[in-house]
Design a protein around this ligand. Structure first.
Ligand code: NAI
Ligand SMILES: CC/C=C\C[C@H](O)[C@H](O)/C=C/C=C/C=C\C=C\C(=O)C/C=C\CCC(=O)O
Length: 254
C-alpha cells in the first residue's frame, strides 16, 4: 500500500510505541488519528506533528478502547475528517499489574472489537477501499512471560485472533498482520521491571539488555507491514538479536 494520502488510526498513539507509529505514518504522508486516553500528551503530539510537517494531517481524539462507542466514534471521526480509513493499528495495551481483567479488556477484547468495527467500514464488500490492520502483540505471544501470565495470554489471543482473519485479504481486501516486539523501554516496560525481577532474578536487566529494541525500529516494522502488499497473516518479530524478521508457523493441515 502506498501510505501517502491514506488515513490511519493508531490506538495508544499518544506515547511509547504508538507515538512512534504516528510519527512514522505522518512522515510517510498519511493522515493520522491519534486515539488515546491521554488527552494532553495526544494533543501535544498532534500539535508537534502538524507544526513539523506544516500540515493538518494529525488529529487527536480522546478514546477509551474498552468503550465500543469511543471506538465507533474514532472510526467515524476518521471518515468524517479525511473521508476514508485505510490503516488501523490496534496498539493500546497495558500490563496486568493491579487489574488483570482490565488487561484482558484492553489488550484482547478491544483489539477484537476495533478490528471488527474497522472491517465494517474498510471492506470492499461494503464500498470501502480495503486496507491493512496491524495488531500489536508481543514476543510474549511467542514466548511465555513468567512476570505476566495474563498479559502473555492476551498477546497469544491477539496472535490467534489475527491469524484467523487471513481470509479477509481475498474476500474484503483487508490484510491483517501482527507485530511482536521484544522489550521496548517505555512506561509500560519500566512499570514491569519489578515483576520481571521477581520472576527472572535480580540480573534480569543485565540478561535482557541485548533484547531491548527501540520503538523507532518497531515503527519501521509496522511501515514495512503496511507498505508490502504481500504481507497478510504475517507475524513480524522485532527483537534485539534478529532485528526485524518473520516468525514461521507450521502450515495448518485443514
Ligand atoms: N514496551 C514493551 O516492552 C512492549 C510493548 N508491547 C505492546 O505495545 C503496545 C504499546 O505499549 P507501550 O508503548 O510499551 O506502552 P505505553 O504504556 O508506553 O503506551 C501505551 C499507550 O496506550 C494507552 N492506553 C492504555 N489503555 C488505553 C485505553 N483503554 N484506551 C486508549 N488508550 C489506552 C496509554 O494511554 C498509552 O498512551 C502495547 O500493546 C504493549 O502490550 C509489545 C511488546 C513489547
Ligand atoms: C509484562 C508486560 C510488560 C511489558 C511489555 C513486555 O515486556 C513485552 O510485551 C514482552 C516482551 C517479551 C519478550 C520475550 C522474549 C524475547 C525474546 C527475544 O527477543 C529473543 C528473540 C528471538 C529468540 C529466538 C530465535 O533466536 O529465533
Amino acid at each position: 500500500m502506498k501510505i501517502e494520502g491514506k488515513t490511519a488510526i493508531v490506538t495508544g498513539g499518544a506515547q511509547g510505541i504508538g507515538e512512534q507509529f504516528c510519527r512514522a505514518l505522518v512522515d510517510h504522508g498519511a493522515n493520522v488519528i491519534i486515539a488515546d486516553l491521554k488527552k494532553q500528551r495526544g494533543e501535544d503530539l498532534c500539535r508537534e506533528l502538524n507544526k513539523q510537517y506544516r500540515s493538518n494531517r494529525a488529529k487527536f481524539i480522546q478514546c477509551d478502547v474498552t468503550s465500543k462507542a469511543d471506538l465507533q466514534n474514532t472510526i467515524h471521526f476518521a471518515i468524517k475528517t479525511f473521508g476514508r480509513l485505510d490503516i488501523l493499528c490496534n496498539n493500546a495495551g497495558v500490563t496486568e499489574i493491579g487489574n488483570w481483567e482490565k488487561a484482558i479488556e484492553i489488550n484482547f477484547t478491544s483489539v477484537i472489537r476495533g478490528t471488527k468495527l474497522a472491517i465494517e467500514v474498510m471492506s470492499t464488500r461494503n464500498g470501502g477501499h480495503g486496507g491493512v490492520i496491524i495488531n500489536t502483540a508481543s514476543m510474549g505471544a511467542i514466548f511465555p512471560i513468567m512476570g505476566g501470565p495474563v498479559y502473555s495470554g492476551t498477546k497469544f489471543g491477539v496472535l490467534g485472533f489475527s491469524r484467523s482473519l487471513s481470509n479477509l485479504n481475498a474476500s474484503d481486501g483487508i490484510r491483517v498482520n501482527v507485530i511482536c516486539p521484544a522489550f521496548v523501554r517505555t512506561e509500560m516496560f519500566e512499570a514491569s521491571i519489578p515483576n520481571y525481577i521477581d520472576s527472572y532474578g535480580n540480573d534480569f536487566q543485565k540478561k535482557m539488555k541485548k533484547h531491548i529494541v527501540s520503538p523507532v525500529l518497531v515503527a519501521r516494522g509496522m511501515i514495512q507491514l503496511v507498505e508490502d502488499d504481500t504481507k497478510n497473516d504475517a507475524v513480524m518479530r522485532v527483537t534485539g538479536v534478529r532485528g526485524i524478521d518473520y516468525y514461521k508457523f507450521q502450515e495448518s493441515k485443514l
